[in-house]
Design a protein around this ligand. Sequence first.
Ligand SMILES: Cc1cc2nc3c(=O)[nH]c(=O)nc-3n(C[C@H](O)[C@H](O)[C@H](O)COP(=O)(O)OP(=O)(O)OC[C@H]3O[C@@H](n4cnc5c(N)ncnc54)[C@H](O)[C@@H]3O)c2cc1C
Ligand SMILES: Cc1cc2nc3c(=O)[nH]c(=O)nc-3n(C[C@H](O)[C@H](O)[C@H](O)COP(=O)(O)O)c2cc1C
Length: 573
Amino acid sequence: MLLEILFGSQTGTAEDVSERFSCMARSTDVECRVRSLDSIRSIEDLGTYILFIVSTTGDGEEPENMRQFWRIIMKKSLSLIPSILSHIHYGLIGLGDSTYPKFNFVAKKLSKRLEQLGAQAICDKVLADEQHPHGIDGCIDQTFTKIFWKTFGDLIGREFQPRMDQRLPSKYQIQWIDDYEKDSSSSQISINNSKIPPGYTSVPLISNTRVTSLDHWQDVRLLEFDTNLPYKCGDVAVILPQCSLTSVHLLANLLNIENKLHKNFIASNEISSLSMTVLELFRDYLHITRIPSRSFFEKLMWFSNDERERERLVEFLQPENIDDLYTYCHRPRRTSVEVLQDFPHTASCIPFNYVFDFFSLIRPRSFSIASSPKIHQNRVQLLVAIVRYKTIIALYREGLCSNYLCRLQPNEHILMRISSSFNLINDNQPAIMIGPGTGVAPFRGWILERSLNDQLLNMLFFGCRYRTKDAYIENDLLKDTINLIYIPAYSRDQEEKIYVQHKIIEYGHLVWEWIKHKQARIYLAGNAKQVPEQVSDALKDVFIKYGHMTNEQADVYLREMERTQQFQRETWS
Ligand SMILES: Cc1cc2nc3c(=O)[nH]c(=O)nc-3n(C[C@H](O)[C@H](O)[C@H](O)COP(=O)(O)OP(=O)(O)OC[C@H]3O[C@@H](n4cnc5c(N)ncnc54)[C@H](O)[C@@H]3O)c2cc1C
Ligand SMILES: Cc1cc2nc3c(=O)[nH]c(=O)nc-3n(C[C@H](O)[C@H](O)[C@H](O)COP(=O)(O)O)c2cc1C
């Protein structure tokens, strides 16, 4: 009996959770296949027993690797066939964050759709929340796991006791190239020598300029790349970052594999094979600095012979100690490599072929393109805020991709692909753009491009802290644009804090006039957490004050603007 685990994951968490459930299945000899939802080509591809694990990204959107499945399952024609999915028994885990307005939107929608099409739930869905005191692992607690396996077992007439303490075979088999060359009988393995993943292009950096003043806490870079990749304003550059060499050496040292860093190997299983050096694996493929999930510790147990370390692992994995594990990993945002440093004996016992089981793949990051193909020919420009912060226990942390970009020198190459993202509509209607911080990025190139036509009206609300330190958009836009009404909100240049939402209210008469009488479209980009709600509230205030609406009417009016795409948002955390 095959259990399919199908995931939709943007930053890898749902994929991690899928792997954990797959390990549980494998520990009880259940045949199990894990794949992304986009490997489903038609509704007939869906098996009988499925565990869906889906996250929500963007502003309540589905992850990129389930977009195609979303179109398939949402097809209107499916509703015409009664109970088309009645043969399917499924479990559903949603991953989300309750600080976003559309909490677990994708899982909720998927659940409704599966029910509509007649699929039968094995047990109640879980809507896991990053904000749960014990994080995602805390939500997918023992209860869901137990009920899921128990009911699944009942359905197929078997009893399951999934265990995570039993070492499973590694996902990949490893052959060092020297050995491989000697052993001619293995020559049928096809080596994938291409180091560039499908869809990506290697593009050189031209310049990397800090655009905030040196005495400002936030480092923001304007990066320019030389490329003729086709794009339009509103698209994003999707970038594959690398882990730092410091972490690579640290890990190699802990695994006792420093002397093999430059050796080539082939990793293969029934489905795929790849060839690279250990250095490339740790730097370009595996996210070795990610915060480890619970299953990382479960796997450490497989190799732990040292009494003290083993005791500590056992403690962490007790269901009642979930809080301790969370406090140890998440509060200080401890990386996997740092955890291995705390368990050096265990780390030194991890065989190299298991590294694929311990670490997930590096996920690409998206950046709004801040240039215009009409103005900046053969160039892609990005405005990148470098993520650096101190944790609650005063440890210094760096975001993977923004710091990788920050370190780049001219002529160094990165892997990039272009993906469409924000639907900036190119018609004659005026555009009201709201872009606090690097949220201004998608509007930068677009405003310059729209300036080529003096009939087009633009209004930009930009937010930063200080006019003299981080108003980086002003140099570019104010000298080269016509028909731009520029309304900055410098939050800390005066005693009381002023943000874009305050400026929207201050300029409410103009905003309302553009919306009501000129059918202006509104675009908001930037921080996903508080800004969308605060901007929505400000817009509603404007509708109430200048459009003479009640609260409810303003609410309906804004929702209608969203439905008709007169108001669009592209936000990120
Ligand atoms: C459609 C889209 C467009 C985007 N456009 C841009 C853009 O134009 N410019 C831009 O700079 N970014 C943009 N981003 C964000 C970008 O993709 C990355 O998410 C961002 O650069 C961080 O990636 P990173 O790898 O450096 O950090 P990661 O290694 O992914 O770490 C980021 C994580 O660190 C944690 N974190 C960050 N700060 C703190 C803190 N103070 N305390 C505790 N934890 C913290 C958070 O959990 C956060 O999720 C965009 C994102 C999307 C989805
Ligand atoms: C850019 C971005 C947008 C997000 N948008 C939402 C959202 O609209 N609703 C929600 O519930 N969670 C949202 N989240 C939280 C994610 O769903 C949550 O972090 C999840 O664990 C990610 O799983 P994944 O790594 O498999 O994609 C968002 C996270 C990010 C980084």
